[in-house]
Design a protein around this ligand. Sequence first.
Ligand SMILES: [Zn+2]
Length: 175
Amino acid sequence: MSKKAPAGGMSEQDVQRFALAYHEAAHAVVHAMFGGHVVDVRISRGWFSGCYKGRARITGEVVPTEEAAHLLAGGIAMARWLEDNTDMSASAARRKGRESAQGDLSDLKALRRKYKDDAPTEKAAQRFAEELVNRHWSRISAVAERLAAKGRLSGADVRRLAGAPAVKKTRKGAA
Ligand SMILES: [Zn+2]
């Protein structure tokens, strides 16, 4: 089996950084495109572990199907970026994306416990999230590339780069 070498002479560290930037950018963009509020999004490299960590801080009232989709969008976007930009196979890229989404998957389980029948199944949420990542790919790319360069973006940066709609005042009753 060939060793997974990143394309274009990208270092392993750059691959990690970009993959994670796409993961966090997808959370933020999908949430913002639903009219949700993004506080900020960041990635940083642990000085000791050398590993990249990221988070997207978001707030606002949510509809279960939208919340589920934004949770799963992170791992899906990371997988797509890895598949397109490294010589990783599609299935290896999907595995990596899923590994990066362990926290998101437990959040989805909690969401399903909370909303019961109003929450989508994981399968339905996955399908919806895939559709959204495809639909918003150029927005996710714009945010992720900037995030990879800067390390942090404010919610206003995310909205501007993604061309997202204004934040909804109240999310109650949204479909
Ligand atoms: Zn995530």
